[in-house]
Design a protein around this ligand. Structure first.
Ligand SMILES: [Zn+2]
Length: 405
C-alpha cells in the first residue's frame, strides 16, 4: 500500500452520507473540522510545521535545513477539503492527499529542499454553506471584503463570523494576507478533472491553460397568484411559463455560443400545488471561453427572458450576483511543468478553483487528473487509482523541480 492509499483511507468515511454515498463536508461543520484536524495530524506526522492564517487557511511547511524565519518564495501545493452537497470524494481532497503523498515520495528518495515546500488547505472553497465560493483564498488576496464575509450566513441563520468564532478563528482578524506574495513563490493545485477531455485523449494528467469566465444572475419573474382551477387560461399571468421558456432558451443560447448555462436553483412563491405562482426566481450560472462570449450569451438570453415575460403579461428583473473574469494561468509555471512532465496535454476548465483566485497574487498552475466519466459534484465522481498515482508522481516531480534551487 502506498502512502496515497493510506491517506485516502483515513478520510474516506468523514462526512459521507450513508444513504447517498455522497460527501457533505460543509465549511466549518463537524466533518470539515474533523478533516482540518486530520490535515494537522498528517502534517505533524511528517514533521511539517502547521500554521493557520488569519482567514483560517491551513499551511504545512517543509523548510530547508537551517532555514530561519518565515517561509519565502516557497513552492506550494494543496487544495481544499470541503464539498458541495453530496459531492464526490475527489474534488479537493485528491489535491491535498496527493500533496502529502508527494512529500512522502520526496522524503523516501532523500530529497533535500533548497527552498520551502508548502501544503495548503484553503477554507470554504465550494461555498456550499455560505453561498460564496473560495472564501478562504478570496479573503487572503483581498478579493472578498472581510465585512461582507463576516455577515454571510447559512441556512441555519448563523453568520460566518459566529461559526468562525466557535471554531477558534477570530472573525475580526479576517482580511488580506499581505505576506502571501512573498511567502508563495509558485502555487500548483492538483485537481480531479471536471470533464472528459483527458479520457478522450487517453492520458492520465494534464496542465491547465485557463479558467473560463463565470457569472451568476438572479432572474426574478413576477406575475399574479391565482387559483389553479378557477382561473381561465386567458386570464393568467403565470411567471412559471416565461421562467420555463427561459431555462430552455439558456440551453439553446449556450449551444449557439459554445458555452454552458445552467439553472439549478429555483425559488417559487407561494410554492403551492394548486396555486398559480406569483413569483419565480431562477438562478442562472453561465460560463464561456471568453468574457466577450459570456457577455453575448447573457445579452441574448436576457432579451429572450424579457420577450417570454411580456408574452405572458408578466415581468422579469435580472440582478447580477457575481462575475469572475477569465483566469489565464501564466506561461512560466505551465511551461516549467511541461518541461518537467514531458508533453502533457494543456486544457482549459470551466470550473472555479483557489488556484484561479491566487493567480492575481502569485504565479499559479494546475494539474488535472483524468476523470473517466467527467462527472463531478456528485457521488459518481471518480478517478482510477493508477491515475491518482500518476498525479502524485507528476506533483512529486513538480515539487522536486521547484524546490531544488
Ligand atoms: Zn475543487
Amino acid at each position: 500500500m502506498t502512502t496515497f492509499d493510506g491517506l485516502w483511507a483515513e478520510i474516506a468515511d468523514v462526512g459521507r452520507h450513508r444513504g447517498t454515498g455522497g460527501y457533505r463536508r460543509y465549511a466549518w461543520d463537524d466533518a470539515d473540522l474533523t478533516l482540518r484536524e486530520w490535515f494537522t495530524g498528517a502534517a505533524g506526522a511528517r514533521g511539517l510545521d502547521v500554521e493557520r492564517d488569519r482567514n483560517g487557511n491551513l499551511w504545512a511547511w517543509w523548510l530547508p535545513a537551517g532555514w530561519s524565519g518565515d517561509p519565502e518564495g516557497a513552492v506550494v501545493t494543496g487544495s481544499h477539503l470541503d464539498s458541495v452537497p453530496d459531492g464526490g470524494a475527489f474534488d479537493g481532497p485528491l489535491g491535498v492527499v496527493s500533496s502529502f503523498a508527494a512529500v512522502d515520495a520526496l522524503r523516501a528518495e532523500g530529497f533535500v529542499p533548497h527552498r520551502p515546500i508548502g501544503v495548503v488547505c484553503f477554507g470554504d472553497e465550494e461555498g456550499a454553506r455560505f453561498g460564496v465560493a473560495c472564501v478562504g483564498s478570496q479573503l487572503s488576496t483581498g478579493a472578498l471584503d472581510p465585512d461582507r464575509a463576516r455577515a454571510l450566513h447559512g441556512a441555519d441563520g448563523r453568520t460566518l463570523a459566529e461559526v468562525l468564532g466557535r471554531a477558534g478563528v477570530d472573525p475580526a482578524g479576517l482580511g488580506r494576507d499581505d505576506g502571501l506574495g512573498s511567502r508563495v513563490g509558485t502555487f500548483v493545485e492538483l485537481h480531479v478533472e471536471q470533464g472528459r477531455a483527458l479520457d478522450r485523449l487517453d492520458r492520465p494528467v494534464a496542465v491547465a491553460s485557463s479558467i473560463w469566465p463565470h457569472g451568476r444572475w438572479r432572474l426574478r419573474f413576477t406575475g399574479e397568484a391565482n387559483h389553479a382551477g378557477a382561473t381561465l387560461l386567458a386570464d393568467r399571468h403565470d411567471p412559471m411559463l416565461p421562467c420555463a421558456a427561459t431555462i430552455g432558451a439558456a440551453r439553446a443560447r449556450a449551444t449557439q455560443h459554445g458555452a454552458v448555462a445552467t439553472v439549478g436553483k429555483l425559488a417559487v412563491t407561494p410554492n403551492g400545488a394548486n396555486a398559480i405562482a406569483s413569483e419565480v426566481v431562477a438562478v442562472l450560472d453561465a460560463r464561456a471561453p471568453s468574457e466577450a462570449v459570456l457577455g453575448a450569451l447573457t445579452a441574448d438570453l436576457f432579451a429572450d427572458a424579457a420577450a417570454h415575460a411580456r408574452a405572458e403579461g408578466t415581468e422579469v428583473e435580472v440582478v447580477a450576483e457575481s462575475l469572475s473574469p477569465v483566469v489565464a494561468f501564466p506561461d512560466g509555471p505551465r511551461e516549467r511543468l511541461r518541461a518537467v512532465l514531458g508533453d502533457v496535454p494543456v486544457l482549459p476548465t470551466a470550473a472555479g478553483h483557489d488556484a484561479g483566485v491566487l493567480a492575481t497574487e502569485v504565479p499559479t498552475a494546475m494539474l488535472f487528473v483524468r476523470n473517466p466519466t467527467g462527472v463531478s459534484h456528485s457521488p459518481a465522481e471518480h478517478a482510477e487509482r493508477d491515475d491518482c498515482l500518476a498525479g502524485v508522481e507528476a506533483l512529486t516531480a513538480v515539487l522536486r523541480d521547484g524546490a531544488s534551487s
